[in-house]
Design a protein around this ligand. Structure first.
Ligand code: 5RP
Length: 218
């Protein structure tokens, strides 16, 4: 099985969590593209979706799935999204696709976060994948200096503006032993919009595509 086959298997398996007549929270990334395609196959059974990025919104609409503004949605049962790294505690690094802020907002609203990954994303400790931090443009250098003090090596992601009009610093060389604390610490730096640690609100269910099928971790 290729990595993409595993992503697709995990994405298809997430359909079992989608309830009739519901609005579905939809993440961003290559694994989520498979999920959006799967969701289209049951589009007449759902009301629509809320989306974490302009890219996912475009794909959902192209497949005839209505996209709602999160402000008009009182209740969200399920949010489905991928991850760049995940531990056995269901703490994640996300934001490889620069959509971390909207992803974190929808994850906060949703009752259940269903994480869909291939098995290469499972790690014992977070940090080999550089941690994305969304930053207000004028604060970029200040935030980079503060991140250096925390022991990381921030690198400006050139040529990328987020859907919110901000920039991304990718923080390398962090060995993240306490993700809940680091998430809070980085979010406390003035000028940071949010960072890609999803530890305070981690995943609830992880669907892992492997060579021998999809494993569910609850
Ligand atoms: C985007 C994300 C994605 O969920 C993460 O980057 C995983 O992407 P992929 O499914 O392409 O491996 O956080 O901001």
């Amino acid at each position: 099985m290729t990595q993409d086959d595993k992503k697709k298997a995990a994405a298809n398996s997430a359909l079992q969590y989608i309830q009739q007549n519901s609005i579905v929270g939809v993440g961003t990334g290559s694994t989520v593209v498979h999920f959006i395609n799967a969701l289209a196959s049951i589009k007449h059974d759902i009301v629509g979706a809320v989306s974490s990025s302009e890219d996912s919104t475009k794909r959902l609409k192209a497949l005839g799935i209505e996209v709602f503004d999160l402000n008009s949605v009182d209740n969200l049962d399920v949010y489905v999204d991928g991850a760049d790294e995940i531990t056995k505690h269901k703490h994640m690094i996300k934001g490889g696709g620069a959509a971390l802020t909207r992803e974190k907002i929808i994850a906060a609203v949703a009752k259940k976060f269903v994480c869909i990954i291939d098995d290469s994303k499972q790690v014992p400790v977070l940090g080999d994948f550089a941690l994305p931090v969304e930053v207000i443009p004028m604060a970029r250098s200040y935030v980079a200096r503060e991140l250096l003090k925390l022991g990381g090596d921030p690198v400006y992601r050139q040529g990328i503006t987020t859907d919110n009009g901000n920039v991304i610093l990718d923080v390398h060389n962090l060995k993240i032993l306490n993700p809940v604390e680091l998430e809070k610490q980085i979010n406390g730096i003035v000028g940071v919009v949010t960072n890609g640690l999803f530890a305070h609100r981690g995943a609830d269910v992880v669907l892992v595509g492997t060579d021998s099928g999809v494993t569910t971790i609850e």
